[in-house]
Design a protein around this ligand. Sequence first.
Ligand code: NAP
Length: 245
Amino acid sequence: MGPVMKEKVALVTGASSGIGEMTALAMSEAGARVAVGARRGDRLADLAKRAPGEVLALDLDVTDEQSCRAAVAATVEHFGSLDVLVNNAGLMLSGPIVGADTMEWTRMVRTNLLGTMYTTHAALPHLLRSKGTVVQVSSTSGRIASSGGGVYAATKFGVNAFSEALRREVTAQGVRVVLIEPGFVATELASHITDPTMRAAARDLQNSIHPLRPEDIANAVLYAISQPEHVAVNEILLRPTDQIA
Ligand SMILES: NC(=O)c1ccc[n+]([C@@H]2O[C@H](COP(=O)([O-])OP(=O)(O)OC[C@H]3O[C@@H](n4cnc5c(N)ncnc54)[C@H](OP(=O)(O)O)[C@@H]3O)[C@@H](O)[C@H]2O)c1
């Protein structure tokens, strides 16, 4: 892809692995200056070395509102503006509701939902100035809840609701809101599941289909944000062709 993001500044949360890492790399290849945030700083430093353009690595824990504010402020201070925020940091601790360790629910809500809200809130004044774009990495679980995925789905339904309200509030001011809803993507996401049955089910699903790759999602993000100003790609839902549910 040509330099469709030349001169643009992006901030990608959860860029230390998987979808966030590939999206940050793809944006860098497209000419953007990219700030990347996550807790594993070593992975971000490695990404910064591999990226063709300038990459600013930031310590970020999205469950901490101050950390979200600091990441946005550091991005704007370093690069001078903010054009694209990618809210990608996320956690999926699948398991049945009965008997669940509710601390896992708290972690998912704080990471997937509140983290996205905090970073969006901190970034909005800058995005209104630049007529920028907010990309929310949601999920098919933001549309369909399944057994064992109740709380994860609740966070992603929440992201979708928040994003639609945000879209209505800011679209007339030229800020675009993009919801990306992937099906199964081969990443580290399911490796953090503590319920052995759910973790095995995720592994079996991955082995029985041709899962999406992180670069497939990065391509969707690049497509959405490289449209002409009058085109708002509101939503992209993509599954592996052989994923049924
Ligand atoms: N894989 C799938 O099948 C799939 C499908 C649909 C949607 N998604 C969504 O895609 C997004 C990325 O997931 P992935 O599949 O790429 O999984 P992944 O490889 O596990 O990446 C998750 C990223 O989120 C970061 N993160 C987690 N907690 C964080 C925190 N408190 N603060 C800052 N960063 C945090 C992780 O970095 P650190 O641990 O270094 O902080 C990591 O970079 C998630 O929102 C996920 O829900 C994934």
